[in-house]
Design a protein. Structure first.
Length: 204
């Protein structure tokens, strides 16, 4: 069975799938479902704060959208970025969004599965043709920005990376449509409860 056949079977299953309580609809990568826990409130506040900063800077007809199915049938991948910047018209087509229509994908790191954002999506997104990828990490208050797809190594990967910069460090996303600045200094951090950690003690 080809990778595309497996992918299309999983896509069909997903159409009739009801996520368990506390989980989102699955993504699809490498022939498997990728399940994520539902976003924490601070995750949602981060998404809203970032969208409110980005939208006034974007050209007419370009907007920020949340949790949009993004499909690459040839690669057998369906991803749901936390935020994307794309054209309003691209969102009005039937079915999942073509990833090549995305100018910027943003992920807000989950406490339960950070490697999905840092490792797997850092491979998937350049392969899908997404030229700019920003990771915001409320666990430790850092951001990582990757851009410029390079295929010289035989597979697409990001040619440039600013990794683990502290919140508050100047951040500018330079795209063909313009340079968009983000102030991360006031973005919330996860609580210990969000991180599934016990309460702090004074050691006594």
């Amino acid at each position: 069975m080809s990778e595309q056949t497996v992918y299309r079977h999983l896509r069909e299953l997903r159409e009739h799938f009801t996520p368990p309580s506390g989980f989102t609809y699955p993504e699809i990568s490498d022939g498997t479902f990728v399940m994520m826990m539902s976003p924490r409130p601070r995750h949602q506040v981060t998404a809203k704060d970032v969208a409110r900063q980005l939208d006034p800077q974007l050209p007419d007809g370009i907007l920020t959208f949340e949790a949009t199915d993004t499909d690459d049938d040839g690669l057998g991948k369906l991803r749901v970025p936390d935020l994307i910047v794309t054209a309003r018209e691209a969102m009005l087509t039937d079915g999942p969004l073509d990833p090549r229509e995305i100018f910027l994908a943003i992920e807000i790191v989950s406490p339960s599965n950070p490697s999905n954002d840092y490792e797997v999506k850092s491979r998937d997104y350049p392969a899908m043709g997404i030229g700019h990828y920003l990771i915001l990490d409320p666990r430790d208050g850092t951001w990582t920005y990757q851009w410029g797809i390079d295929t010289s190594a035989g597979r697409p990967c990001y040619a440039n990376r600013l990794r683990k910069q502290p919140y508050g460090t100047p951040l500018a996303v330079a795209t063909d449509l313009g340079t968009w600045k983000l102030d991360t200094s006031e973005l919330p951090l996860y609580s210990r409860k969000d991180m599934m950690l016990g309460p702090e003690t004074d050691g006594t």
